[in-house]
Design a protein around this ligand. Structure first.
Ligand SMILES: Cc1cc2nc3c(=O)[nH]c(=O)nc-3n(C[C@H](O)[C@H](O)[C@H](O)COP(=O)(O)OP(=O)(O)OC[C@H]3O[C@@H](n4cnc5c(N)ncnc54)[C@H](O)[C@@H]3O)c2cc1C
Length: 443
């Protein structure tokens, strides 16, 4: 029995049966067996989600071989790809056709099936999560039937399928609206946290893809203004050996290895965290201007393994929520940087997108696990964070850890019961519900 870990190595499972099917026929045969043995099953892409969402101790199906881009329509800006296609592959191939993904998260080692099933988002008040760009989904139901679903066929069902946490069946392929190829111009500058709070709307509305990184326990942060520009020859001069050594020194040695060591020490001396945050706010709080292809500036290095909690707060409550968060933080010594603050538009295409029906401010906190060390020192702050975000009507990111249950979601999502009814039609025996989702849908 092999062991499967998520990316952060915070959750694992030992599936009785792990399979990587290569064809529709083998998927169907597998589903027959599952129906006969009445087994629980999870379908995964990379299995990277930072929670137990993608875990199963019974049957685990990886879609890694469903990795073909089936069609690229350059005129209508639409692609059709199998669900196991990596975001990284799309970032490599779409520019050759003068296209780009419209939005994406911080990393590209994720599958299209995984990102649309969890409403993965980037930042930009005019843009939705990746789920909001889905135009059709081909799904294999648990009885083996395959159908391509469009919005016009059944609006309610389609709005469930575009963010469905793997609870309706196996997503075989997805048609996605994409954008003409674009580059981003980055203007990065230090911005005090209190100034940021007082001018929040100016920032998120003055650039296409604004995000903010706060160094908790300090009044420091960095504002990243990213604006779309047309593709152009980039005038990034080739770096000299000297500047490459300097950038290795600052990014790899100081930004990664020294930081990991310092956070490791802080597990034994938690009050060190404030000093580390202060020191890195100074080191990293630089002004920077850069133009590059969009994915190269959307994606960034998430450093090392970490616990993560992220909530979608209604935009009009973001300042109050962040203010209360800052006040509460005085009780804790060890909140790691950065707290990442991002924005997205109100969505209507996915009933379960955390940004459904409201403009959203996403707040993400991490607790690093230096050298893979398992620790629970972050729990008191994470609990306070969850409590405050929930108080401000926050909805947790589906792929990250949260304490909410069915009755909480019923309050938070206007179409919750409709989603549950549709889900039960597709999976009346709850074969697709694992322990993580039991709390969400059944208890
Ligand atoms: C380092 C890191 C950085 C991240 N950054 C961001 C970010 O910037 N923004 C953000 O919003 N999120 C972010 N995330 C969360 C991430 O986008 C989601 O966890 C995403 O689902 C992971 O993709 P995956 O292929 O690993 O999905 P998995 O973990 O394999 O699956 C996720 C869900 O999708 C379902 N699923 C996957 N494929 C299928 C299929 N073919 N059919 C049916 N169901 C399927 C699974 O059942 C599961 O419910 C990050 C995660 C990591 C680890």
């Amino acid at each position: 029995m092999s062991v499967h870990w998520n990316w952060a190595r915070t959750f694992y499972c030992r599936p009785r049966l792990y399979v990587e099917p290569k064809s529709i026929d083998s998927l169907r045969t597998l589903l027959n067996e599952i129906n006969e043995t009445k087994s629980k099953v999870r379908v995964i892409g990379c299995g990277h989600s930072p929670s137990s969402l993608s875990m199963s101790n019974e049957v685990l199906i990886s879609m890694k071989y469903f990795n073909k881009i089936l069609e690229i329509d350059e005129i209508n800006h639409e692609i059709h790809c199998e669900s196991g296609v990596l975001i990284r592959a799309l970032n490599d191939i779409l520019p050759q056709h003068n296209l780009s993904l419209t939005v994406q998260g911080s990393v590209n080692e994720l599958t299209i099936g995984g990102v649309i099933s969890t409403a993965t988002h980037g930042s930009g008040i005019k843009y939705g999560s990746i789920s909001s760009y889905v135009r059709a989904i081909t799904l294999m139901k648990l009885n083996g039937d395959i159908k391509e679903y469009y919005l016009d066929d059944d609006e309610d069902l389609f709005r469930c399928l575009t963010c469905s946490l793997g609870t309706f069946g196996i997503i075989i392929s997805v048609r996605l609206q994409v954008s003409p190829l674009f580059y981003l111009e980055l203007n990065q500058k230090p911005l005090e946290f209190h100034t940021f709070l007082n001018t929040l709307s100016i920032h998120y509305s003055s650039s296409d893809h604004f995000r903010y990184m706060w160094y908790p326990h300090t009044n420091s942060g960095i504002a990243y203004h990213l604006n779309r520009v047309n593709p152009r020859l980039i005038n990034n001069k080739k770096k000299s050996i000297f500047s490459r050594i300097i950038s290795w020194f600052s990014n790899s040695l100081i930004g990664h290895h020294l930081l990991e060591l310092l956070f490791y020490f802080s597990l034994y001396f938690p009050s060190l965290v404030r000093r580390i945050n202060r020191m890195y706010a100074k080191l990293e709080g630089k002004t920077l201007h850069k133009i590059d292809r969009c994915d190269k500036l959307f994606n960034f290095d998430c450093l090392f393994r970490q616990y993560a909690s992220e909530w979608a707060i209604p935009l009009d409550q973001a300042v109050s929520c962040l203010t209360e968060l800052e006040q509460s933080m005085e009780q804790y010594k060890n909140v790691h940087f950065p707290i990442e603050i991002r924005f997205s538009k109100d969505e209507d295409l996915s009933y379960l997108s955390p940004a459904y029906g409201r403009k959203t401010c996403w707040i993400n906190t991490v607790a690093y696990r230096p050298y893979g060390k398992i620790h629970y020192q972050h729990r008191p702050f994470f609990q306070a964070f969850e409590h405050i975000c929930h108080k401000y009507n926050g909805r947790p990111h589906w792929a990250k850890e949260h304490p909410l249950k069915n009755e909480d979601f019923a309050q938070l999502y206007p179409k919750w019961n409709l989603f549950k009814e549709k889900r039960e039609e597709f999976d009346p025996n709850n074969f697709l519900i694992n322990d993580c989702l039991k709390n969400v849908f059944l208890n």
